[in-house]
Structures are given as structure tokens and as C-alpha cells.
Design a protein around this ligand. Structure first.
Ligand SMILES: NC(=O)c1ccc[n+]([C@@H]2O[C@H](COP(=O)([O-])OP(=O)(O)OC[C@H]3O[C@@H](n4cnc5c(N)ncnc54)[C@H](OP(=O)(O)O)[C@@H]3O)[C@@H](O)[C@H]2O)c1
Length: 266
């Protein structure tokens, strides 16, 4: 896989996260091509990672893997230049939220081999989780997995429509945890801590809890019960959270995100 050429249409935040991961994992930077209308963006990516920048669409199309990394509303214009140019031995990996395989095929041409991916922003620090879906098996799946493994964990979903739930859980998910950290920080300040102390405590607590969640081999529920002594301080806080309806709020919030994802895909 390391010898393959990879092109990026769009050199924004998500593209950079994947490029950084690829270069970190030993993919040759000269085999990575990026196109973006902003020359300052291209210059930055070239200086930081040593990738090739190009304006010529034929250069981009030399690659075995083409990553579509523009905003959903920019896809139609971006693919216009490449319509019917994709080869059957090439893989087009789309990271655009909500744009379906059928819509992509309509814009890129029938022969295109597609993989859809829903990544999330922790990919920027190499700790993303991406869900992938494809109707094509074999090499196309392996290529997409290789890309996304470079910036975090990957998993496959069986139905394209599951990507709405994925978007609601992990795509938008970082914001839920950021909100919780923000609220805990604010509560700490209300109790008299300085903003700096409250922020450090909240942020590192989130990091530590996250590491325990993925490294301890225990479920979230087991870990919660383990740190909750009957009649103790944690129990006092959790009682309020349950009594005031936090589980229902979270269920409704995640369902609203999934509904919005489905609406945006129509
Ligand atoms: N960020 C996330 O958390 C996240 C999570 C999951 C999925 N995604 C998906 O990832 C995709 C990229 O998101 P992002 O946050 O990386 O966006 P971004 O930072 O705005 O990057 C998109 C880049 O593509 C450029 N571009 C626009 N039209 C182009 C064209 N025709 N050819 C080449 N480049 C073009 C944009 O330039 P201009 O700025 O000049 O328009 C911009 O630099 C989106 O589809 C989003 O749905 C993002």
C-alpha cells in the first residue's frame, strides 16, 4: 500500500489529518498529491509534510486512490472536472458527511469504485474513529482502511443508512464531550476554582476517562460503577444526573443528530 499514489481533492482540516497520519506511518510524501483552490493551504501542506501540490486534474487522476475531502456543498463543483475520468482500478474515498453513494456515482460517473467514510475530528491528533461503507469488496476496502487507520481506529458498517447513526454518535460526538468538559469546568469555577485550574482538571479527567474506556477492557457502565461508592461524592452527583433526566436528554440529542443527517442526505 505504501507505494500507492494518493490524491486529495481538497486540502482542508480532514485532508491534513489523513495526510499527517500517512506521512507519520511512513507513506512516501512524494506519492501524495493535493489540490485546493487556496495556494496558501497548498504551500503549508507542502512545507509541513513534503506532499506534491497540483492544479492539473490529470496529475490527480494518476493516483490509485482519490480522496474527496471538500465540504458536502462543494462536491458537485469539485467532481464536475472529473466526471467519467475515474477508472475501475481506482478507488474514490469520500469523507463528505451525508452525500450518498448514489449521489456520488451520479456526479462522478457510473464506473467509479466508491468507499464512503465518516471520520471525526480527533483524527487531527491521530485518535479518530472512522466508520466505512462500501458496496465493493477487496482492494477498494483495503485502500480506504489503510488511509483511515493512519489517523485512528476504523470499523465497517453493513448498511449505508447506518452512517446516519455513526454521524450522530462519533461524527458529532466530540462536541458532546467538549460540552461536558465545558460544563464541568464552569461548575468548578462556580465552586471557586480559577478558570485555568478548572479547565486543566476537566480536560485531563476527560483524557484519563477516555484512556480507561479504551484500554481497561471494561465497559463504560462497569467503570462508572467501579468509581461510585455507595453514599459517596460520585453517587451524589450521578443521582442528580439520573433524577434530572440526563439519559433521556442524551438519547434525544443523538436521535436529533441522526435525523438531521438523514435530512441533509436528501
Ligand atoms: N471536520 C470534521 O469534523 C469532519 C468529520 C467528518 C467528516 N467531515 C467531512 O470532511 C470533509 C472536509 O471537511 P473539512 O473540515 O476538512 O473542510 P475544510 O477544512 O473546509 O476543507 C475543504 C477544502 O477543500 C477546498 N476546496 C473547495 N472546493 C474545492 C475543489 N473544487 N477542488 C479542490 N479543493 C476544493 C476548500 O477550499 P475553500 O476553503 O477555498 O472552499 C477547503 O480548503 C467534509 O465533506 C466534511 O463533511 C469532516
Amino acid at each position: 500500500m505504501k507505494e500507492q499514489k494518493i490524491s486529495f481533492i481538497g486540502g482542508g482540516n480532514m485532508a491534513e489529518a489523513i495526510i499527517a497520519g500517512l506521512v507519520r506511518s511512513g507513506h512516501e510524501a512524494e506519492k501524495i498529491y493535493v489540490a485546493d483552490p487556496q495556494s496558501s493551504r497548498l504551500q503549508l501542506l507542502q512545507q509541513k509534510y513534503g506532499v506534491q501540490t497540483c492544479q492539473d486534474r490529470l496529475d490527480l487522476m494518476q493516483a490509485e486512490v482519490v480522496v474527496l475531502a471538500v465540504k458536502p456543498q462543494q462536491i458537485k463543483a469539485a467532481l464536475q472536472d472529473f466526471r467519467d475520468m475515474f477508472r475501475a482500478d481506482q478507488t474514490l474515498v469520500s469523507i463528505a458527511a451525508g452525500v450518498t453513494l448514489a449521489q456520488l456515482r451520479e456526479m462522478a460517473g457510473e464506473q467509479v469504485q466508491l468507499v464512503r467514510v465518516m471520520p471525526n475530528t480527533p483524527a487531527l491528533v491521530g485518535a479518530g474513529v472512522s466508520a466505512l461503507f462500501s458496496e465493493q469488496a477487496g482492494e477498494h476496502q483495503q485502500r480506504a482502511e489503510y488511509l483511515l487507520r493512519a489517523c485512528g481506529q476504523t470499523l465497517w458498517v453493513e448498511r449505508e443508512k447506518d452512517l446516519h447513526a455513526v454521524t450522530a454518535v462519533s461524527g458529532s460526538g466530540p462536541a458532546y464531550f467538549f460540552l461536558l468538559a465545558e460544563l464541568i469546568q464552569g461548575a468548578g469555577q462556580t465552586l471557586g476554582l480559577t478558570p485555568e485550574v478548572a479547565a486543566k482538571l476537566a480536560n485531563y479527567t476527560a483524557l484519563g476517562a477516555g484512556k480507561m474506556l479504551v484500554e481497561s477492557g471494561r465497559t463504560a457502565s462497569e467503570l462508572r460503577q467501579q468509581v461510585t461508592s455507595p453514599g459517596g461524592t460520585t453517587q451524589a452527583a450521578l443521582d442528580v444526573m439520573f433524577e434530572e433526566g440526563l439519559p433521556e436528554v442524551v438519547r434525544n440529542a443523538v436521535a436529533a443528530a441522526a435525523r438531521r443527517s438523514a435530512e441533509l442526505g436528501r
